[in-house]
Design a protein around this ligand. Structure first.
Ligand code: 6GU
Length: 245
């Protein structure tokens, strides 16, 4: 998978050299390129923002640097394996992290992990001029995506979270694919509690069923734990039949 990131803070992304995503980059499973939006400005101060039309607090990111940078990346990516005359939806998915976007979910991560090309555009300030989204909605597949109902200063940290969630679902990135199956959200529920040795620690014992060797009983206990946890802290995740008290 090729991932392009457009940002005014390229140095944020140096952490993507480490851990599983870092290994996936070294082995060539992920081709990740970080671009500085300011390289696409042409004034002495490398200006990327301006005051909002209609007034109001804060600054808005200007459309021209985004247009120039996105055209360049889309041109490179589309000139590759997809071929010049690939269909309208063969272009990269353009993802703009935004608290005004649709909610990022495990399901979305699974579907994005199957894409050959993702482009992330990190906004700062009060956001990006709306015409950037409108312009590329025609040629590419634009998605505004939010991590949750709170506000970050910019898209960089959100993009790192999304890349980690998506990257680990690319075949080969996580060593043991089975470890991807039994996790929170993969089956729509929170995960069950895990224990390792010693069987007793500071007066806390591992639930006896886990030491029983009875695989059917263990599976049933884990399922009950998933349901109980989910009911307690995330009842919104349960199908209606399970959420009744
Ligand atoms: Cl994706 N971006 C920003 N700036 N703030 C957020 C967010 C994204 N998701 C939650 N808060």
């Amino acid at each position: 998978m090729r991932i392009d990131i457009l940002t005014i803070f390229p140095e944020f992304f140096s952490v993507l050299d480490v851990s599983l995503v870092g290994k996936a980059r070294q082995s060539g499973l992920i081709d990740l390129r970080v671009h500085n939006l300011r390289d696409h400005t042409h004034d002495r101060h490398n200006t990327v923002d301006d005051t909002p039309y209609g007034g109001g607090a804060g600054m808005v990111m200007k459309p021209e640097p985004w247009g120039e940078a996105l055209d360049e990346i889309i041109g490179e990516v589309s000139g590759g394996a997809a071929g010049a005359d690939a269909g309208a939806d063969a272009g990269p998915v353009l993802i703009f992290p935004s608290p005004a976007g649709e909610l990022f979910t495990q399901k979305m991560a699974r579907s994005l992990a199957e894409e050959p090309n993702l482009v992330f555009g990190c906004g700062r300030y009060e956001g990006i001029d709306q015409r950037v989204f409108d312009h590329y909605a025609a040629s590419g597949r634009v998605r505004l995506i939010s991590l949750g109902d709170y506000v970050l200063n910019g898209g960089e940290v959100a993009v790192m979270a999304m890349i980690e969630a998506i990257g680990r679902l690319i075949p080969g990135v996580v060593g043991n694919p089975e470890s991807l199956v039994e996790e929170s959200h993969e089956d729509g529920l929170l995960e069950y509690p895990s224990y390792t040795k010693p069987s007793s620690w500071c007066g806390h014992d591992v639930p006896p069923v886990l030491l029983s060797g009875n695989h059917g009983a263990i599976a049933a206990w884990r399922r009950e734990q998933q349901l109980a946890r989910t009911r307690q802290v995330r009842p919104d995740l349960l199908p209606p039949a399970n959420s009744e008290e």
